[in-house]
Design a protein around this ligand. Structure first.
Ligand code: DNO
Length: 399
């Protein structure tokens, strides 16, 4: 596996050289200063490539070219927005980047309720508390229809939770929920959030899936010509939030997307943390089934709780079978290498890390600490080497 590291560009408090010190050989990046739907000029993209190359690494994956709402809804200026998306894709192809991660989550990208959840070790993790989320949706955002699908007990428990919240807690919760985590595309206040959600009134999961498949029909052939592989990121968490449809959550969802546009160009970012937040997602079985279409791996663990809450646990210990997943993906690499596929090596990144040691109190992007990710990457590397030592058949032939 190619060890990669997400870098948010020159503004990232974790500099590029730290990624190299952590042992990464590839960088995952995007032009975060051009994230409002504008085209990425070739010069800017080449500049980013050169910065990464100067630090001795290569730009392995673009994560992500932002996806405007018009494309998700297929309304308004969606045609010109798709053209812009394609132009940006052509620019990254010029820079030699071959894998493009993107997502199709309406309104919100990844969602957490707490970015400083204290662990018994005294480090901090990010967490999704299902009750805090329900309390926010029902009693703070007061979204129309927020009670739909919730049991009376859940609503009563959410009310009790809400009543126990201090104004400071509410402010922090709201900032974490809607004002934008580091990797997300938008930030809202209460009113703009309600308006953004309203744009999806009446849009079903079927509609959204149809729009995704139409988008793939539009961009797929160009991606193929450019030699780019598209890698859709799963919903995080993998269930509907704020009454909005989410369509990249389960094995059946992935099947429908991959079959709906059946080409190697249409592949996955297999995010173990996102998919693993649902107990009914069997990661090893999914990795086996979708292996040939997995273009990029996010290796991260969660510890699931009974009420739908979860927190990001240590990379090797949590609710999912991380070693089984790694083993399955090493087998997939070997299969590719045996078939003579030049791109047999799958880029992975330690997706998120805890706040540990010097990370604590430093400015940074939630989930993207230095020491925490360094530890995550080191543990994952150890697991990979250990598996390959014990089972030499997991070493691709070329090595
Ligand atoms: C969170 C990330 C996601 C991801 C996007 C990809 O840290 O894994 O925000 O970058 O969804 O488009």
């Amino acid at each position: 596996m190619k060890e990669t590291w997400r870098w948010f560009g020159p503004e990232d408090p974790v500099p590029l050289r730290y990624a190299s010190q952590a042992g990464a050989t590839g960088i995952v990046s995007a032009l975060h200063h051009l994230y409002r739907g504008e085209v990425w000029p070739v010069e800017e993209v080449l500049k980013r490539r050169d910065q990464i190359a100067a630090a001795g690494m290569d730009w392995s994956v673009v994560e992500s070219i932002p996806m405007p709402t018009s494309i998700k809804l297929r309304t308004g200026p969606f045609r010109s927005n798709i053209d812009t998306w394609i132009d940006s894709m052509a620019a990254i192809a010029k820079a030699g980047v071959k894998i493009l991660c993107y997502n199709f989550m309406p309104v919100v990208d990844w969602v957490r309720t707490d970015i400083a959840f204290r662990l018994p070790s005294t480090g901090y993790a990010v967490r999704f508390d299902a009750l805090d989320f329900a309390a926010y949706d029902l009693f703070i955002l007061q979204r129309r229809g927020a009670e739909d699908g919730l049991s009376q007990e859940r609503i009563a428990a959410a009310r009790r939770r809400f009543e126990s919240m201090t104004p400071e807690f509410i402010e922090r919760l709201e900032r974490t929920l809607i004002a934008g985590l580091s990797a997300s595309e938008s930030s809202y206040d209460r009113e703009s959030m309600r308006a953004a959600i309203a744009q999806f009134d009446g849009v079903t999961a079927e509609d959204l899936r149809g729009n995704l498949l139409s988008f793939l029909q539009d961009v797929g052939p160009v991606a193929q010509e450019l030699g780019i592989r598209l890698a859709i990121h799963p919903d995080d968490p993998p269930w509907p939030l704020y009454g909005l449809p989410r369509i990249v959550s389960t094995a059946e969802d992935l099947r429908r997307i991959l079959d709906g546009y059946n080409s190697p160009v249409n592949g996955l970012t297999f995010c173990a943390g996102s998919l693993g937040s649902r107990a009914d997602n069997d990661l090893v079985a999914m990795a086996r089934e979708f292996g040939p279409r997995i273009h990029f791996l996010h290796l991260r663990q969660v510890r699931r709780e009974d009420d739908g809450s979860f927190y990001e646990s240590e990379h090797l210990s949590g609710s999912s079978d991380m070693l089984g997943l790694i083993r399955t993906m090493l087998e997939e690499e070997c299969r590719r290498a045996r078939n003579g596929q030049l791109d047999w090596e799958i880029p992975m990144r330690p997706d998120h890390g805890h706040l540990l040691g010097d990370d604590i109190g430093k400015p940074g992007n939630a989930g993207y600490s230095f020491v925490g990710r360094l530890k995550g990457l080191a543990e994952l590397r150890g697991a990979i080497r250990g598996l390959q030592f014990a089972l030499p058949e997991l070493l691709p032939a070329e090595r």
